[in-house]
Ligand binder design. Structure first.
Ligand code: NAP
Length: 462
């Protein structure tokens, strides 16, 4: 075993970053010290700013990350951005290895005429907004409208549809950002139409999420029986090789289709085999043109082929929920087509000492737990490389790296600062029976952590 531990920087503190950090600090041979570097003052990535506020059980996975953060070989450095405050070369000069865990920071754009009209939004921005992500704090969603269309058939689309149908008291019990609570509690939306370009057999959402739509207090879920009439290819797939999720989804959708019309104040209408082909409006969105598709076999997948049959759905708000997309990092290879860092089992292609985990490694798929297995694969590879190289640790001592990071960002957010922010937010939530009240501006977060305002002298908590 080497005399001092190797030192690894993990860039990004979402689930993938935390699972990688957990695997690394858990290694006995070789021993590894981990610095998790995060551009926001807060950790946990999409667990804080992606998981829907009414899913507190899913969010409670953060307890696992807290345990990792308590490890003596773990450090957190927030408010430091790769590319803005530190460069790729500077990190590689100070760490034995760097692991990119930056996720997929942007959305896949909807490329149809009219997609740039006001009122058309990527769902990722709406999700960031209601979750209090500082980047999305100031979006202004006009919820004083009757109908919203959500494009996409994944779990994010389901989250958005469901969130749009919760009532004030249901929202107020969550950790939804206060600005979103006020806006959404006053929403006039009566109908949310969720549109999948392929059929129910190809839908990407999972059964628990679909079931929740049918259990909403203030919304009826509507499925047209004719939308469940399967084409021969989908029927064959269902009979021969469908996953349990698909089977359960189809059973549940059939039950929804049989439900008598309800009288709840809102409706979620699930449409299938429809692609938006144009968004219409004079100065803002007024309608979505949908084209009917049919399913045809493609290379290993069932594809949607347009039939030419079109219809107009009036709507004043459109959320495109068609997937996230990775963003390139300066100095790091990038596969433009897939939106990922090219890699072999987590080792960045053509690079030494650089690794990748999570959505920026495999694309934006899977649930939070998927990242655990993913991180294990990468870290196993990283540790094997360290062992096989047999070099003495070259990483700069911890105090030196911290001083370097602080020289670049004096208001560095350490674990102690984050814990002060966490206590503060939980304290704000407690009198209202809420898990926390989120601070949504970087300045507020830094102050709650014990940092002075920009330009004033610091009274850092750690
Ligand atoms: P997703 O599961 O990949 O779904 C994307 C959807 O967008 C698919 O229905 C896809 O249809 C559709 N789509 C893509 N391009 C389109 C286009 N040009 N026009 C129309 N539709 C298009 O992605 P996601 O919903 O963003 O979720 C990301 C990941 O996070 C998923 O793995 C998801 O399960 C996970 N997640 C989980 C939870 C949870 O566990 N509660 C919550 C949120 C997210 P095709 O299938 O035809 O391509």
């Amino acid at each position: 075993m080497s005399e001092r531990p190797y030192r690894v920087a993990v860039i990004g503190s979402g689930p993938a970053g935390f699972y990688a950090a957990g695997e690394l600090v858990g290694s006995a041979d070789p021993e590894v010290e981990v610095d998790v570097i995060e551009r926001l003052p807060t950790p946990w990535g999409l667990v804080r700013s992606g998981v829907a506020p009414d899913h507190p059980k899913i969010k409670s996975v953060s307890r696992i990350y807290e345990r990792t953060a308590a490890h003596p070989r773990f450090r957190f450095f927030g408010n430091v951005e790769l590319g803005r405050d530190v460069s790729h070369d500077e990190l590689l000069a100070r760490y034995d290895a760097v692991v990119y865990a930056v996720g997929a920071e942007t959305d896949r754009p909807l490329r149809i005429p009219g997609a740039d009209l006001p009122g058309v939004w990527p769902a990722t921005k709406f999700v960031g907004w209601y979750n209090g992500h500082p980047d999305h704090r100031d979006h202004d969603f006009d919820l004083s409208v009757e109908r919203a269309v959500v494009v996409g058939n994944g779990n994010v689309a389901v989250d958005v549809a469901r969130m749009l149908c919760l009532e004030r008291d249901e929202l107020a019990a969550t950790d939804i950002a206060d600005h979103a609570l006020e806006a959404m509690a006053g929403s006039s939306i009566r109908e949310v139409v969720m549109v999948g370009r392929r059929g129910p057999v190809q839908a990407a959402f999972t059964t628990p999420e679909l079931r929740e739509l049918g259990e909403l207090r203030a919304a009826d879920v509507v499925v047209q029986p004719e939308d469940l009439l399967l084409d021969p290819h989908s029927r064959a797939h269902l009979e021969q090789g469908a996953t349990p999720t698909t089977m359960r989804n189809i059973e549940l959708l059939a039950r929804y289709a049989e439900r008598p019309a309800g009288d709840r104040p809102r409706r979620i209408v699930l449409r299938f085999l429809r692609s938006p082909v144009e968004i219409l409006g004079d100065g803002r969105v007024e309608a979505v043109v949908l084209e009917r598709n049919e399913i045809v076999p493609g290379e290993g997948v069932m594809m949607a082929r347009p039939t030419g049959e079109r219809e107009e759905v009036p709507a004043e708000l459109v959320f495109a929920s068609i997937g996230y997309r990775g963003v390139p990092l300066a100095g790091v290879p990038f596969d433009e087509e897939r939106g990922v860092i090219p890699n072999d089992g987590g080792a960045v292609t053509g690079r030494e000492r650089e690794y990748v985990v999570g959505w920026i490694k495999r694309g934006p798929s899977g649930i939070i737990g998927t990242n655990k297995k993913d991180a294990k694969e990468t870290v196993t590879r990283l540790l094997a490389d360290l062992r096989s190289r047999g070099e003495a640790p070259r990483g700069a001592p911890g105090a030196e790296t911290e001083a370097f990071l602080r020289s670049r960002e004096p208001r560095l957010v350490t674990q102690a600062h984050w814990e002060a922010i966490d206590r503060h937010e939980r304290g704000l939530g407690e009198p209202h029976g809420r898990e926390r009240v989120k601070l949504t501006r970087v300045e507020e977060l830094l102050e709650a952590g014990g940092h002075a305002r920009e330009g004033e002298s610091s009274s850092a908590a750690a």
